[in-house]
Design a protein around this ligand. Sequence first.
Ligand SMILES: Cc1cc2nc3c(=O)[nH]c(=O)nc-3n(C[C@H](O)[C@H](O)[C@H](O)COP(=O)(O)O)c2cc1C
Length: 221
Amino acid sequence: MVKLADLGFRKGEIAETVVSTYNTDEKPNAAPIGVTINNSKQVALKLYTTSATYKNIATKKSAVINVTDNIEIFYRTAFKEFNPNGKVPKEWFQPAEKIEAPKLRNADATIEVSVLNITPIEEEQAMVLCKVIHINTTKKPPHVYCRAFGLTLEAIIHATRVKKFLSGTSDQKKQANKLLQTIEECSSIVKRVAPNSPYTKIMTNLDHMINGWRKENENLH
Ligand SMILES: Cc1cc2nc3c(=O)[nH]c(=O)nc-3n(C[C@H](O)[C@H](O)[C@H](O)COP(=O)(O)O)c2cc1C
C-alpha cells in the first residue's frame, strides 16, 4: 500500500486536504481540513465542533481524506453557497471502498480513515485521532507549481473566518480587518501571476462575497 509519506505528509506539518463524510441523512459532504500525522498509520484532524464535518465524523466514525491541488474543489467545498443549489454536486462523490464515507472522484489520492478517539480541546474545537484503513492513488502526471495556488488557498481559509469575525466582538472585528488586508495582498499577487485564471476568478468572487458580508453588518448596526 502507498504510504502517507509517499503523498507528502510529514510529521510536524499541516497538510491541506478535503475531507468527505456522510451527513446523517446519508448525503455526501466535503470541506477543506488541515491534517497532521502522528505516525505512518495515524492522522489527526482539529475540527470546529460547529462544522458538519465534525458532526458527521462523530456520528459515523469514518471519513475520507482527499488529496488534491484543484483550487476549485477547495473553494466550492469551503463555500457551499457557490455551487448550484448551494450544495457540492453529488456527482463529485462515489462511495469509499472499505469504510462508510464518500470519496471525491477527482481526488489525486484518497485516504480512508476510521476514528480512534475524539478529545475536546479549546472552545468549540476537538482533536479527532484516526486510523488509516486504505489508501488509493491515481497516476496523475506531475504538475508545475503556480504561486497563485497557495495565495488563493490562503485567501479562502481567511475568508472562512472573516464572516464570523465581522459580526463578532470589537476584538474579532479587528482580527477580521487584519485578515481582509492579507486577502487583498494575496489578491493583488494572484491577479499579477495568474490573470484570466480560475484563481483570479475565485479571488474576484471572494471580493464580492466579502463586500456582501460588510454591507450586512453595516445594516445590522
Ligand atoms: C485550506 C483550509 C483549511 C481548513 N482547515 C480546517 C481545519 O483544519 N479544521 C476545521 O474545522 N476547519 C477548517 N477549515 C474551515 C472549513 O473548511 C470550513 O469551515 C467549512 O465551511 C466547514 O464545512 P462543513 O460545515 O461542511 O464541515 C479550513 C478551510 C480551508 C479553506
